[in-house]
Each structure stands twice: as C-alpha cells, then as structure tokens.
Design a protein around this ligand. Structure first.
Ligand SMILES: *Cc1c(COP(=O)(O)O)cnc(C)c1O
Length: 405
C-alpha cells in the first residue's frame, strides 16, 4: 500500500485543476470538530457543503455502515436490496412521495427529474411539450443537462452545444414565469426553495404558491430541487413543508447520506409511471451501503427533537453572526432557514466573501461562500451549542483581524 506522505502541493501535481482547495488537509473529524495533518483543530461550519448533516464520525452512522458492510455492499439493479426498499418506504411515509428513484449525486437526481418531466409530457401530451423553465442564478449540478437548466451561464461556457428547450425566468418574479409558460410547450418548472449556491436566497411563499398554480393551469410538473435544502437542513425534513407547497418531483442528495454518496428523486405514482422498465437507470443507484447509511440519517433527522434543535441552533447562529456583522460593519443581513444561512456582505465588503473563509481558517473555523458576496454556513444539524459559541468567538476574531478593528 502506498503510504507516502502527501501534502497540499500534490494536488497541483496530480489533480485536474478544476478546484482551488484550501491549504490545509483535514485528516480526522468528530462531531463538528475537524483536525488537519498538523493536529490543528477547527470548528466545522462548512459541513462538507451541507453534506455531513450529523457531523463527522457519528456513532449511529458508523454503526449502520459497519453493520451493512458485513452483510452485502452492492447488488446492481438486476436485484433489489433490503436497505433500498426500506429507505424508499421511509421516504414515502415521511413525504408526499409515492415512488423513489435512487442515484448517487444531486446532479444525477436532477438529471432523472428532468428526463422524467419530459418523458411524462411525451407520454401524456406529446413530443412538443418538452420545455423546462428554471431560474436565473439557480444551480442544479454539473452534468451538461443540469448546467443547461441551471441559471449561471459561466458554468456552461465552452461546453456548448447544450440541450435545448430550456428557458430562464427571474427568481421570485411570477410575472416572468407567466411570460414563458404555456400548456403546449412547458413540461416542467424547476426551482430551489432556497437558492443555495446562488447566495442562500429564499423563495417567497407567494412565489412558490404561484408556481404551483401556474403549473396546474398549464399541466406542467413542479420540480423542487432540494439537494441542498433537504434532509432536515431547514428545520423541516424537506423545505416544501415549510412553504406549504407540494411539488410533483423532489430531488434530495447532499445531507441525505451524511457524507456517503446517495441521492433520491421522489415523485408520485402517476408521474413515476413514465419511467417504465428500461427508460432510465444507474449502476450504483440504490447501493445497499449508501441506503443503509441514509436510512440512519433520515431516521435521525426526521425526529421532532432534532428538527426543533435545528431551529434553536439556527436562531443562535443567526443572532451571533448578525451581532458580529453589525459590530464590524460587514453583514447587511443574515438570511436562509434552519442551518443553511447566508451572511450578506455590506456594500463595502462586496465580492470579498472568500477573504472571510481564509480569515476563518486562520482562527480555526471553517465557513463557506455562496458567490462573492455571501458567507454561507451549513454546519451539522446536531452541532453542540458550545461549538456554536466557540465558532462565533473564532469567527469574530477572524473578522476583527480582517477589518483591522
Ligand atoms: C449541490 C447541488 C446540486 C448538485 O449536487 P451534486 O451532488 O454536486 O451533483 C444540485 N442542486 C443543488 C440545489 C445543489 O445545492
């Protein structure tokens, strides 16, 4: 086995340069604390970008992983497996869904959702009803179809020709959707209840309700991309509950596996019928190990005490960040829901979100950006209050250094 020492420099020698990772390499984590190669300790408010929903080395997840690892890992889709069926049943019991498709990443779950939306319209209306409406600034993944649906043109640059039939309306602007939607051509409207990568920007309740009505009027499917907002992140198992608006298709990934790759597309029996035998698939989708781990995640994050805890932690973190923001004049607003928070930089600090990440690392706290103007927090849903206090104290020191105040 190769036990050669590795350092951050090796990244530049052996990896495709599509990322620019920080200059430390974390090697171990426990709860909301992480240690790097030199033994330096950090409070983790990144949560693997809204993925490690129960923190690091959660005993329940370790148990689920270990237990399943001794039984069977993988069977492919020519066989089904117990963990996949059990997880699908749980997701159906806890949500609007009646049918589930498993994949391995958010992009793949969305790919399945978009393909299903087209296929459903093709089945029920005809081939010309193939247009998808999504929103500027949205993010749906990095496959060619999902970047095309996403509303950030920079991610498509140089990769064209892209799949066609996609239109972008303005987020939180119902009139802009009305101008694009039609019964003849629109098969689906796709939206993130809170735009995550786009700056932690929540949809208005009226907007999502309006989308539901427009979709119903025009026989289009409403697709919620809950890859980032799902699995308890907002203090609800899925954010659609918070809005009181039920989609026809919902995608979930990131926090669903707590750090083990898995994604799910949830839908109704009626819509699911259009993905008949042979129409779509995934080798790893429904992998037994992944489903066993996700089962433990869902069983845990759906507990009322855990969801209540998310709201309490959210209040604490939001207030702490707002206080720092006001004291140092760096944030004009802290927005989002539950433990998906975006601290919006003031005019003076616009474009400098990355500097806050670097300053945080220097003081032992890991935070994220969402674009250039927002510092994003997406910690473990069960982060202890003492870790929140410590994270805030460290972040305040970071901001003090950065501002020179
Ligand atoms: C992260 C994200 C995706 C993409 O998920 P991957 O697992 O990286 O493919 C899609 N949609 C939203 C809303 C996301 O936040």
């Amino acid at each position: 086995m190769n036990k050669d020492p590795v350092s951050r420099e090796l990244f530049d020698e052996v990896m495709v340069p599509n990322y620019a990772p920080g200059n430390i390499i974390p090697v171990r984590g426990e709860g909301s604390r992480v240690w790097d190669q030199d033994g330096r300790e950090f409070v983790d408010l990144q949560g693997g970008i809204a993925v490690t929903s129960l923190g690091h080395a959660h005993p329940g997840l370790l148990g689920a992983l270990y237990e399943q690892s001794e039984k069977i890992w993988h069977l492919s889709n020519v066989m089904t497996n117990e963990p996949a069926l059990r997880l699908a049943k749980t997701l159906c019991d806890l949500t609007f869904a009646e049918r589930v498709f498993f994949a391995n990443s958010g992009a793949e779950a969305n790919e399945a959702a978009f393909k299903l939306a087209r296929r459903y319209a093709w089945d029920n209306t005809g081939a010309e009803k193939n247009e998808i409406i999504s929103f500027t600034n949205s993010f749906h993944g990095r496959t060619l179809f999902t970047v095309a649906v996403g509303g950030q043109p920079k991610y498509l640059e140089g990769f064209e020709p892209a799949p066609g039939g996609i239109h972008h309306a303005e987020f939180n602007n119902l009139e802009s959707v009305k101008a694009l939607i039609s019964k003849e051509k629109t098969c689906a409207v796709v939206v993130e209840p809170i735009q995550g990568e786009g700056g932690v920007l929540p949809a208005d309740k009226d907007f999502l309700q309006g989308l539901r009505e427009l979709c119903d009027e025009h026989d289009a499917l409403l697709v919620f991309d809950e890859v980032q907002t799902g699995a308890g992140r907002t203090g609800h198992l899925y954010a659609y509950e918070m809005y009181g608006v039920t989609p026809d298709i919902l995608t979930s990934a990131k926090g669903l596996g707590g750090g083990f790759p898995i994604a799910a597309m949830l839908t109704t029996e009626k819509v699911a019928a259009s993905l008949s035998v042979g129409t779509h698939g995934s080798t790893y989708g429904g992998n037994a190990l992944a489903c066993a781990v996700a089962q433990k995640v869902v069983d845990t994050v759906s507990q009322p005490e855990v969801l209540k805890g998310v709201k309490a932690h959210s209040d604490m973190l939001r207030k702490g960040m707002m206080d720092i923001g006001e004291r140092y004049g760096v944030f004009r607003e802290v927005r989002g829901a539950g433990l998906l928070l975006g601290c919006v930089l003031t005019e003076e600090w616009k474009g400098r979100a990355k500097d806050f990440v670097a300053a945080g690392l220097d003081e032992g706290v890991m935070v994220l950006v969402a674009g250039g103007d927002v510092v994003r927090l997406a910690p473990s849903l069960i982060i202890p209050e003492t870790d929140i206090e410590e994270a805030l104290a460290r972040f305040e020191r970071a901001v003090a250094t950065l501002t020179g105040l």
